[in-house]
Design a protein around this ligand. Sequence first.
Ligand code: FES
Length: 102
Amino acid sequence: MRILEHPILGKLEERNKVTIEFDGKPVEAYEGEPIAAALMAAGFKVLRYTPKYNEPRGVFCAIGRCTDCMMIIDGAPNVRTCITPVKAGMKVETQHGRGYWK
Ligand code: FES
């Protein structure tokens, strides 16, 4: 589910492969790609649960406008993962309800 050769970004294998932690599990990603894209490529589609009805949410707009992709990143809540780039070793957690600092 990844674009292997992009006319602007280049070939995927030329990018730096790193490992991030998603809810305690290691996930391989490419440095600089959006966190949400890395999780989707690894098969994870639910990124948060709504505060009122606890309904699952994933990527919707993918341009940083809707907030459906908010997650807890390195202890910081309400991070829009569709526009936040992957860094090696970052800790990514599913957000349940309103975000709270850890
Ligand atoms: S999917 Fe809409 S802000 Fe990320």
